[in-house]
Design a binder for this molecule. Structure first.
Ligand SMILES: [Zn+2]
Length: 283
């Protein structure tokens, strides 16, 4: 496995703390720096970030972890995290999807119940993708093409629900909403969560005291409890990430989805688009 982290750093701070040849300019005021986590400069970014944080400042304004695998590593794995990086708006709630917030956790917003079919603006759905989500995160969509194939192959662990257009009259035939029906997998302690690669959120600002949400972001590969896995092809971890935006904003806690080796192969054969897979570890 090779792990790289992309950082975006203001040109002003890049000049202070990086060499001129480090990274690539993104416009005039920003620099993009992609580093292998074994690179000695990665440790330097960590040091600068920690120093600046003590002064109430920060070094980078954006970060993103990518992991790549050899074919052998992919073939040997049993489970994979399914990461959906693309998202669109408007989300369901502003298109007439109703949620019962009275059953949601008061700390983290987990567990709000969707009361009717997901309703969306038909023109807002992305083209050329098979898996997508709204910015509300918990609203995950699979293309009709993909759903047909998953049903033909007897893929287990999920139901696919119809999606209606905003006015609630017609269905959007080309997409379905994912509902994971398999047993949730408890997150194993090897998994790290936090605010950024160098900040494990020691105060637990984004950890639900009742255990629904494990942190703002996942920082490591996902490890899950093997004994919880019912063998389904599509699963979700028991703990979520992210947060419920206050004052009725769009964001909701974000499920961590997992797929089996069998489903990974099928997604590959179908050349399905709109997601990335990372090796996950049942332990
Ligand atoms: Zn909670």
């Amino acid at each position: 496995m090779r792990e790289t982290v992309e950082f975006r750093i203001s040109e002003e701070k890049a000049r202070r703390f990086l060499a001129p040849e480090d990274g690539k300019p993104l416009g005039r005021s920003m620099r993009k720096l992609v580093l292998d986590t074994n690179d000695i400069r990665y440790a330097r970014v960590e040091r600068v970030e920690r120093e600046l944080k003590q002064q109430g400042l920060y070094f980078f304004t954006y970060w993103d972890i990518r992991r790549t695998y050899t074919k052998k590593e992919l073939e040997a794995a049993e489970l994979f995290s399914l990461n959906i990086r693309n998202a669109f708006e408007p989300e369901g709630e502003v298109c007439g999807t109703q949620y019962d917030e009275s059953v949601a956790c008061p700390h983290c917003g987990f567990g709000a119940r969707q009361l009717n079919e997901l309703r969306l603006e038909p023109g807002s759905l992305p083209r050329g993708k098979d898996i997508t989500r709204t910015i509300a995160y918990s609203e995950i969509l699979f293309s009709a093409r993909l759903v047909t194939a998953l049903r033909e192959h007897g893929i287990t662990g999920a139901r696919f629900l119809p999606v209606l257009s905003k006015n609630g009259r017609g269905t959007i035939d080309s997409w379905f909403q994912l509902e994971v029906t398999s047993r949730p997998l408890g997150v194993a302690p090897a998994t790290r969560f936090g605010l950024n690669p160098f900040d494990p959120d020691e105060q637990g600002e984004y950890r639900c005291p009742l255990g629904h949400v494990a942190g703002l972001r996942i920082l490591s590969e996902l490890s899950v409890r093997r004994e919880d896995w019912d063998g389904s092809d599509l699963c979700a971890a028991k703990q979520y990430v992210g947060y419920r935006s206050r004052n009725g904003g769009a964001f909701r806690p974000d499920p961590l989805l997992l797929v089996s080796q069998r489903l990974r192969r099928l997604l590959g054969e179908l050349k399905a688009k709109g997601f990335e897979l990372e090796v996950a570890h049942p332990v």
